[in-house]
Write a protein of this length. Structure first.
Length: 270
């Protein structure tokens, strides 16, 4: 079968669909990415046009394929100890000055394949040891959440992990698992993963958090969606808690709830 090309009108249909579902604004430069990732799905169903595939998705009769489309268009790059200044602030300014308290909970709201979750877990384990703490990870993509829950990565992904943490919290694979490593069970049991669409109100059942990381995801949203996402998360942030965003992101000009700027990209809920 000859690979289908996509028209401007068809691309606009998918732009509106992914915006409606996930709040993501696909620019024109993403057209090649969309064709590269969704073209294979047309072949699976024997479709010759993107309009046929769109109509199937829009019918609502194939929710599993709609999730596949979301997975293919929202997978993002991440790595351990990304933007390390944030983890230093968490370690020194938040955990280092924390008195005796209850369960310390952190939410990685756009956790992708889990590297941020396990980075947070290493920092908390190093500072809080066996005390009560937990890291929650969430993403809209079930594909990356399945990967994250395994805690299993290529050794090529270890750049950024301090050697002491690598030795203490990571298990190098042997034989058939050579070239990989596994996050230690004592860290994995302190983590939970949920599929959450940040553009929708967050179920209160997830609980409240001392810290929320919302990093490197708002670059895909327009200002209205950014504000909605932040306001969806704020009810789950405890008073005095901290919100972290990516170094290339800002909340300036957004109609969000009460937040105090502590440092660039770090905010505190009064």
């Amino acid at each position: 079968m000859i690979e289908a090309s996509i028209t401007d009108q068809e691309f606009a249909l998918f732009q509106r669909l992914i915006y409606k579902i996930a709040g993501i604004s696909l620019s024109e430069v993403k057209k090649v990415l969309l064709v590269g990732r969704l073209g294979r799905r047309l072949k699976v169903y024997g479709f010759s046009t993107y309009t046929q595939y769109y109509r199937m998705l829009a019918s609502g009769e194939h929710p599993e394929e709609l999730q596949t489309m979301v997975d293919l268009l929202t997978t993002n790059e991440t790595y351990f100890f990304r933007e390390p200044k944030h983890f230093e602030f968490l370690r020194d300014e938040i955990l280092g000055k924390r008195g005796a308290a209850g369960n310390f909970r952190v939410w990685s709201a756009a956790s992708s394949s889990g590297e941020e979750v396990y980075t947070l877990a290493m920092v908390l384990a190093d500072r809080l040891g066996q005390g009560p703490w937990e890291v929650v990870g969430s993403d809209i993509s079930t594909q990356v959440l399945d990967k994250a829950a395994t805690g299993h990565y290529s050794l090529a992904r270890t750049e950024g992990i301090p050697p002491a943490f690598m030795k203490k919290y990571c298990l190098k694979g042997v034989r058939s698992h050579a070239g990989t490593f596994l996050i230690a069970p004592e860290l994995r049991k302190r983590t939970r993963f949920y599929q959450i669409n940040l553009t929708q109100p967050v179920d209160p059942a997830i609980g409240d958090f001392e810290v929320i990381f919302l990093r490197n995801v708002m670059i895909y949203f327009d200002p209205e969606t950014k504000a909605r996402v932040v306001n969806n998360l704020l009810p789950r942030l405890r008073r005095g808690g901290y919100l972290f965003i990516g170094h290339s992101e800002t909340l300036n000009g957004l109609a969000t709830g009460p937040l105090e700027s502590v440092r660039p990209t770090i905010y505190r809920k009064p």
